[in-house]
Design a protein around this ligand. Sequence first.
Ligand code: CTP
Length: 394
Amino acid sequence: MLKGKNVLLGVSGSIAAYKAATICRELIKQGANVKVLMTPDSVNFITPLTLSTLSKNPVNLEYADAKTGSWNNHVELAKWADFFLLAPATQNTLAKMANGICDNLLLATYFSMENKTYFAPAMDLDMFKHPSNQQNIQKLQSNGNVLNPAESGELASGLYGEGRMAAVENILAAITLAPGKLTGKKVLITAGPTYEAIDPVRFIGNHSSGKMGYSLAEEAANRGAEVILISGPTNITPPSISEFVRVQSAQEMFEAVRSREADLFILAAAVADYTVENPASEKIKKKTDTLHIDLKPTVDILHYVGLNKQDGQFVVGFALETNNEEANAIGKLERKKCDLIVLNSLQNKGAGFGGDTNRVTIFDKDNKKTAFKLKTKKEVAQDILDTIEKKWLD
Ligand code: CTP
């Protein structure tokens, strides 16, 4: 489960910081890529040299290296990470995280995270049970961070009680086993354009980059799903998922979908509506002033999947519209028997093909509409899957 995952390990200034070395070693042993972030105070408890050696990466301590002037980019670090594990998490660092205070690199990186943060509090018992600390922990949890609960035992002060950092094996088990809501589900996603051949060198295609579908595949896999991604021609590296199928034409995409089983279908591909009736077997030469190409309709894959939906299956379609957006999207939802339809309006700046952002509105069968702000395609994928999980599984 941790193999190939990018993990940011945050260390703040507690005596439990020495355990960060074991956590780091275990993460590496389980195949994760680890980068360590330390608060300025934590270096009094464990050396950066220990953690850089174990993580096989330089430790990130300051915004900039005073000697070389090189900058530690907190946004890049946060984007790189599949998750952030703060262990140990001191009262001071937790309070800042809960209240938006950003006075070191570790905190700036935390506030830039799009993916999950786990935190393992470590402090003396009176500090731990202090109402302000308990409120901060609760606030962090309600903001979507995951608590690795402190345990009871002998503390560094010699006192006995709650506040000791969770045992390393418990922290690792929580990260490794954290079951995503889509665990045990098979998710089939279509992405990208289709190319309909005119002759051996030309085709009818469209501007879809596939980024939205690939982001959905990656996010569904992060949530534990077994993911099949069926993609038209794109330039993106496939995420690490169960099965990747490359297709060219609408007919190939249809065959690939029809021959596979799934619990959830998210059909995000921009499939050609028409294909060439008789593609030429040799390159068409420029002989006449006008050229007519006869087209015939392709199979509507979403319609096929919607019509053949079995009990327990869930079907999500996309609608890319330039006018009458809502009415067209709802019409497609009904006609193609979807459970949800995700509308992209080309009238929205920053939405649609090619870019890294998107702005979507989701409609369900009960005519409930949820409009989202302009976000990165990764965040949009999270919003779409959150909506699917709520409608389908809750
Ligand atoms: N779709 C599909 N197979 C097709 C055409 C579309 O599976 N042959 C799916 C798309 O993947 C998308 C949804 O249907 O999820 C809507 O696609 P869109 O092109 O917006 O709709 P069309 O039904 O083709 O309607 P129109 O082009 O007239 O707007």
